[in-house]
Design a protein. Structure first.
Length: 317
């Protein structure tokens, strides 16, 4: 069968294509599940006989403005993608922008990369395994955001399944639905966990999102306590203070409260604390009870909430 799928802008050439498979549950489709609406689906036939599927084209469409708003609701923006590359590959903003562009050259050919991005840039990217690292759907989302930036919001994004010599029955295509509705080493590890959570999210691997978010938060609190212990130990009044023993049996949430209220002397926002407690509860449920149902929007909010708390903790002295 000659079948492929591609993304394109209405009235423009395709911007990305891949071989179509009937396994639409694969994580590649997760972001399309969210972007496209089954109501905006149409089928085109090359033949006047609709039973002749030698040329059958299924098209889903969504306005670029709607796509941008939906991605923003999931906490994906152009700047967020740049920040992701900065944190994940430990590069500056300028290098991150170049790496994103290089990723979409469609090649890891040294000569082509260096012609477009400067001498030595291939080696720079190669050492960071740019083309070999599993970045989930982060690059695809970056590509979509770039197309939105460069086109009128009134245009439509098209997802096209172009079937040639299809072995599927007409009913299959008619029923097909896309929608199923840097201070220390420890802090760098924290950033890695948050980045991995975002990659998991882009793949639709939501249970792993919660696992990585909580691990990142745990590392962040632990790193802060280690730093604070070193500061407190310099004051003779604290010689009898053994933070290791005090915190040994504390839960994550109690450690968070202890760090912010007692060690840092700040007020803990009850609303934020309850949201983090809920996220922690979801993580515990899936670890111990095999939780199976997840909400994509709430999961995106969880990433934002934990990321903000980690940044707050990392800013403490």
């Amino acid at each position: 069968m000659g079948q492929k799928s591609y993304l394109g802008i209405e009235g423009e050439i395709e911007i990305f294509s891949w071989n179509y498979t009937t396994q639409i549950s694969d994580y590649l489709w997760f972001i399309f599940d969210y972007i496209f609406d089954n109501k905006n689906k149409k089928i085109e036939y090359d033949s006047e006989d609709e039973n002749d599927l030698a040329g059958c084209r299924i098209i889903f469409s969504s306005n670029l403005k709607d796509v941008r708003n939906k991605l923003a609701k999931l906490n994906y923006t152009h700047q967020k993608i740049i920040s992701f590359f900065e944190e994940f590959f430990e590069v500056n903003s300028s290098q991150a922008k170049k790496m994103i562009e290089a990723y979409f050259e469609g090649t890891d050919n040294p000569k082509r990369i260096e012609n477009n991005f400067g001498k030595g840039f291939y080696d720079f990217c190669d050492k960071r395994n740019l083309w070999d690292t599993d970045l989930g759907e982060i690059p695809l989302i970056a590509l979509l955001l770039n197309e939105i930036e460069n086109n009128s919001e009134g245009k439509k994004l098209l997802l096209v399944i172009d079937s040639r010599d299809s072995e599927e029955k007409k009913e299959y295509w008619e029923e097909l639905e896309i929608i199923s509705k840097d201070k220390s080493t420890e802090i760098k590890i924290v950033n890695k966990y948050v980045c991995m959570a975002k990659i998991n999210y882009s793949k639709g691997e939501l249970p792993n999102v919660y696992v990585n978010l909580i691990m990142g938060l745990e590392y962040s609190i632990r790193d802060y306590i280690i730093r604070k212990k070193d500061i407190l130990s310099k004051d003779s009044k604290n010689n009898l203070l053994n933070l290791d023993n005090m915190l040994k049996n504390l839960s994550l949430m109690d450690s968070l409260k202890f760090s912010i209220i007692y060690l840092e002397g700040e007020e803990l926002d009850n609303s934020s604390f309850k949201k983090i407690q809920e996220i922690y509860g979801i993580r515990n449920n899936l670890m111990h009870q095999g939780m199976k149902k997840f909400d994509y929007i709430k999961c995106a909010e969880a990433i934002k909430i934990i990321e903000e708390m980690i940044k707050k903790i990392n800013s403490f002295n």
